[in-house]
Design a protein around this ligand. Structure first.
Ligand code: PMP
Length: 287
């Protein structure tokens, strides 16, 4: 439950619980200059933690903030912070940067005043056989001229919240959204894959959706195992025609999809194999 076993890294040390970070004059509060990343401890492993720490620094730069913590140092800070949790705990790891004092810069954040914090939060262990359902949403991903889509920016997420709220109100678990051209982009919280005749397909990154770290890891694992993975343009009909559909993201790694609006799917052999390959890889990875 929210509020259980939270720890916060702020101003150079770990604090127990959730602590105040922003001030009334903070740019991040007023004008939304805030970025975050998400990784998860599970089974004593934090797959690709180094990539998540590198990505948040890139996200900060995309919002004209100055990332103040080297990615390698951030990995060590997080490892230290995780020692307080029981072995076997599931912990969501959320580093964040935001614009602090505005100075005279107003709309443009004052890069010299960038805040940094990490929130660790113990979560229930995601069930290994959880699945979800999808519905098509009318909300879309913006393009780079509309929003800072090359960052994992907090200001992108109110649109995803609309997608998810709409999907849940219709009785579905998540939403499948389009890019600005109407091709499938991703779900509200994860990347989307489909399986057709034994081959795997996923939308090609086009500067609208988050090409997730977990997505990239699965593609590498699948190709290393000799599977055919196409990163290409996909329509909603392609998802209706698929044999299997699954989502990927740092939280659940692989989530089988059992329905997309009126279409239903079995949890198939490719989805199961992709999940096994992921944990085999994670167990053998140095982080
Ligand atoms: N798309 C969106 C919108 C997300 O919020 C996430 C979760 N970070 C993903 C995709 C998956 O990205 P990753 O594998 O890097 O967690």
């Amino acid at each position: 439950a929210t509020g259980i076993n939270i720890r916060t890294y702020f101003e150079g040390r770990w604090h127990e619980g959730s602590v105040p970070l922003m001030r009334s004059a903070d740019h991040g509060m007023w004008l939304g200059s805030a970025v975050f990343d998400g990784a998860r401890l599970a089974h004593g492993l934090v797959p690709d933690l180094d990539l998540h720490c590198a990505r948040i620094n890139a996200s900060a730069r995309a919002l004209m903030l100055e990332p103040t913590v080297d990615a390698g140092d951030m990995v060590q800070i997080i490892r230290d912070g995780l020692r307080a949790y029981a072995p076997g705990a599931a912990v969501y790891i959320r580093p964040m940067y935001w614009g602090q004092d505005t100075g005279y810069m107003a709309i443009v954040p004052n890069a010299a005043s960038t805040g940094f914090a990490i929130c660790l939060e113990e979560i229930p262990m995601p069930s290994a056989d959880a699945s979800t359902t999808l519905t098509r949403t009318r909300f879309r991903r913006p393009v780079m001229a509309d929003a800072v889509v090359n960052a994992k920016a907090a200001c992108l997420y109110p649109n995803n919240a609309r997608m998810l709220a709409e999907a849940r109100a219709k009785g579905f678990g998540n939403a499948l959204c389009a890019d600005a051209l109407g091709n499938v982009a991703e779900s509200g919280t994860a990347n989307a894959f489909l399986v057709k005749d034994g081959e795997v397909f996923t939308p090609v990154p086009n500067g609208t959706f988050l090409a997730g770290i977990t997505r990239g890891r699965h593609i590498m694992n699948m190709r290393a195992a000799g599977m055919t993975v196409h990163e290409t343009v996909l329509s909603f009909d392609d998802f209706h025609d698929a044999d299997e559909v699954f989502l990927t993201g740092n939280m659940a790694k692989v989530t089988p999809v059992t329905a997309f609006d009126e279409t239903t799917y079995e949890v198939g052999p490719v989805t199961k194999r992709v999940r096994e390959m992921y944990w085999d890889w994670a167990a053998s990875s140095p982080l």
